[in-house]
Design a protein. Structure first.
Length: 282
């Protein structure tokens, strides 16, 4: 074996493989790979077929009775604008709930994201704890958090803001931690090589790499929080959601149509604004 060579070659170790045996061996491995691929590919349709049975997938029934949807929507074709002022103000309240909920979510997500990133967490126990906290915050729906905070601070937008902030904080923390784990370690090592402390390494080696993605995630969750805040009022979280639920259950189709139109306009406006902020900041 040549000096300095780290590679292992059968011939150099006194092992001579006949070309026919090598060809047969390669063909066998190829067949096994194709068999594994076929098995893996065949399991997908089975899983989807079982899932379709569980969800009672009946597309033909939908096609047959789709006219019932038109009957339901007929009453929504004539919006009533008698209470448009009150509904518009509640949309402003909803936007404030979503805005401050997202701010709270950012404050929650940053420490969780840093501690829940494998390449930054100071100890495996802290890493595990941060991950489990984020799992809990994501798993519990904001409606449940709203009910919990209503018992603490009473009915109103403050409870809704807290609910959105805590739930969204878990989502953003998960996204931030995974973004941190995928950064280029070279930049971090370069900052650490000049004698920078831990906070300086994070500030100059980590933040510049994750900030564009984090801003994008933050704006995306703001849009999502506006939609969530639009219905969280159903459980006492304040905003337009209470009026949406009240008009629908009271069969006031014209009033409900007005509320839905305002929600659509509000979500579209947030989408336009967040797109401009994303283009300017990223």
């Amino acid at each position: 074996m040549a000096s300095g060579s780290a590679s292992w070659r059968p011939r150099e170790h006194g092992i001579h493989l006949d070309s026919r045996w090598a060809h047969t061996l390669g063909a066998g491995q190829g067949l096994r790979r194709r068999a594994d691929d076929a098995r893996d590919g065949g399991s997908g349709p089975v899983v989807f077929a079982l899932a379709a049975r569980v969800v009672e997938l009946r597309p033909l029934e939908l096609v047959r009775d789709v006219g019932n949807i038109g009957v339901f929507l007929r009453g929504y074709l004539h919006p009533s604008f008698g209470n448009i002022g009150e509904y518009a103000w509640q949309c402003v309240v909803t936007l404030c709930i979503a805005l401050w909920g997202t701010v709270l979510a950012a404050l929650v997500s940053i420490p969780l994201g840093l501690l829940g990133a494998r390449n930054l967490s100071p100890h495996p126990v802290i890493y595990f704890a941060a991950r489990r906290v984020m799992d809990v915050l994501r798993a519990v729906n904001e409606f449940v958090f709203a009910l919990m905070f209503v018992t603490a601070v009473g009915l109103g937008p403050f409870a809704g803001m807290l609910a959105l902030g805590i739930h969204t904080g878990g989502v953003l923390g998960k996204l931030l931690s995974e973004t941190i784990e995928s950064i280029d370690p070279g930049q971090v090592e370069g900052v650490a090589a000049v004698g920078a402390g831990r906070l300086q390494v994070i500030a100059f080696g980590v933040v510049p790499q994750v900030l564009p993605n984090y801003i994008s995630y933050l704006l995306l969750r703001l849009e999502s929080d506006v939609r969530s805040a639009s219905v969280i009022g159903m459980v006492g979280g304040g905003g337009i959601g209470f009026y949406l639920w009240d008009t629908i259950r009271s069969f006031k189709d014209g009033e409900a149509s007005t509320v839905i139109l305002l929600i659509v306009v509000m979500v579209m406006g947030i989408d336009v604004v967040s797109a401009r902020i994303r283009r300017a900041a990223i």
